[in-house]
Design a protein around this ligand. Sequence first.
Ligand SMILES: *Cc1c(COP(=O)(O)O)cnc(C)c1O
Length: 369
Amino acid sequence: MKIEFFKHNVGAEEKQAVLAVLDSIFLTTGETVAQFEKDLANYLNIPYCIGLSHCTGALHLALLALDLKAGDEIITTPMTFVATSLVIAHIGAKPIWVDVEKDTGNLNTDLIEAAITSKTRAILPVHLYGQMCDMKAIRKIADKYGLVVIEDAAHALESERDGIRVGELSDVACFSFYATKSITSGEGGAIVTRSKRIADKLRLLRAHGINKEVLERYGQNYAHWDLVDLGWKYNMSNIQAALLLPQLKKIAVTWQRRKEIDLKYREAFQNMPKLYPNAKSAHHLSTVWVDPKKRDSVLQKLQNRGIGVAVNYRPIHLLSKFKELYKRESGSFPEAERIGNSTISLPLYPKLTKFELIYIIANLKQILE
Ligand SMILES: *Cc1c(COP(=O)(O)O)cnc(C)c1O
């Protein structure tokens, strides 16, 4: 028995789409990327979408496009993948972590105001496991203190809460199409925004800061272009977009299948993050909480029985480099640490078979007894 932790959904349609791009003249950022940006913007009902090479780049450009700078403080969560705070460190700003809600692992919005200082410029929530943070509360605090809001929506393409969708109340929202995300091009990312000014800046910054994108340059007689900003090389390619377009069309179906599996885990195990009422989770990760003293041995036993697992996440303030830089000790964020010490992520993807699901549940139950 070998049950993968994750299997992607790339099939015949995606292969066909990639072959069509390979047979075309244009492999990098061209019409296929433009089509994907249009479709994703339509899906999310947000006017502007910029296709990028990964969500780490999306988060990085988001900070730059919103004029965040060295010395600024950005309020965010320690219960996330490292990229969320890494980009803050890279621009010389400081991640100000606040603890998470004990039932969900999402940023505890009640703790935000106490963390605000004269240097605070932004709030960067992460919609953990596919459940949206309380964006109404976050927007309210941001407006009161004149802060910008950046959503790390890497887990949350399909999410809604209290009638709000991702991208709706923030300045920008960042998405990932990394290998284990709900739609994937192996590597890939995007930003959505309602501001044309920010969208224009992001387009410039994803392509070195050059004032004519390559698609504009193609098909016309050569014309000189200029470097007008210090940008990065974070553009999405047509090959990535071709992989994503068919998956985006099927997103409701793959979401439904993940939801069914997540609910089966929830029937079997009580100790899981709570689902919010009046919300739609993206059901990106199914995590169970076990006794912290036994967590690592449970991880080993599941793998010995052929079940792929992951840990999302050990709290990032205790990882060596962040610890060295920001000097937060264990005990600083008790809820994030408790979750980090007890969490196990189980296989959750549409290709997981009924038989595999039954095998996982039965084995985990047996191990926990
Ligand atoms: C996957 C992920 C990222 C990084 O995405 P990449 O596309 O791999 O750069 C950032 N934040 C969270 C919460 C993620 O899960």
